[in-house]
Design a protein around this ligand. Sequence first.
Ligand SMILES: NC(=O)c1ccc[n+]([C@@H]2O[C@H](COP(=O)([O-])OP(=O)(O)OC[C@H]3O[C@@H](n4cnc5c(N)ncnc54)[C@H](O)[C@@H]3O)[C@@H](O)[C@H]2O)c1
Ligand SMILES: O=C(O)C1=N[C@H](C(=O)O)CCC1
Length: 251
Amino acid sequence: MIKVSVVGAKGRMGSHVVEAVNNAQDTQLALALDAGDDLTAITPDNTDVVVEFTVPSVSLNNVLTLIGQGVDIVVGTTGWTEEKLAQVKAAIAQGPRPETQKVFIAPNFAISAVLADFFAVKAAKYFESAEVIELHHPTKVDAPSGTAIHTAHGIAEARKATGMAPVPDATETDGGSRGQVIDGIHVHAVRLRGLNAHEEVLFGNAGEQLTIRADSFDRTSFMPGVLLAVRKLAGDAPAGLTVGLANFLDL
Ligand SMILES: NC(=O)c1ccc[n+]([C@@H]2O[C@H](COP(=O)([O-])OP(=O)(O)OC[C@H]3O[C@@H](n4cnc5c(N)ncnc54)[C@H](O)[C@@H]3O)[C@@H](O)[C@H]2O)c1
Ligand SMILES: O=C(O)C1=N[C@H](C(=O)O)CCC1
């Protein structure tokens, strides 16, 4: 049995993770902690893998504390930047298990979203124009979504690798309606009651368009991916920091 502790256990995602861990045959719930709880209660004696779904403003500190505790960590919280990821890598190197500790961070655990991101990166070099629209529930605290940021970076890298020119855009006045520009790609965020988590990637050439869309209608859609990551960390995932569920899929 894989002993799993959950941090952010009272949240929308954390409570689903607690249920998924309780229902799976090969996992058992160790500790379920939330804001105000002492994360140093989590140790290698009681926990194999911690799953962290909290808020972007506290996640880095939680992860650094948990690295210090010597446990492996699956992180679903968004808000990760290159600087924060560098701090995680440095903490692993200076932590109690520098050669063996595993930290896994994914902006999205839904197979539909991971595949949409993968297909978008594949399509990127064939289209002059590319824009990302993400659509979420109005209780989400961060915009744009971690998934959309990841997709925009992936598209931008694919374009750079083939030496493409910047996306065409004659806009001279912009009161914010062209969205946030991430690595040269415009990203638009919609917050709407009734939505859960959705992303559309629009590609355009003269006379044609490709739309790639992923819809997570319910948070249960994230749980197979979370459990896959837990099993990989308890199994053959590489030591160190890994980012993105695509690393654990046969794509
Ligand atoms: N990776 C994915 O597939 C995926 C899917 C959905 C949401 N998310 C991300 O997961 C995060 C959480 O989303 P949510 O909808 O569950 O949010 P939420 O607000 O419902 O839950 C966050 C929980 O974290 C707790 N918390 C706050 N500070 C804490 C601390 N210092 N220590 C421990 N717990 C603390 C809160 O009390 C709350 O219970 C967000 O960043 C969201 O974007 C990722
Ligand atoms: O509900 C959320 O919040 C979600 N956050 C992630 C993101 O920001 O990409 C994944 C989808 C759901």
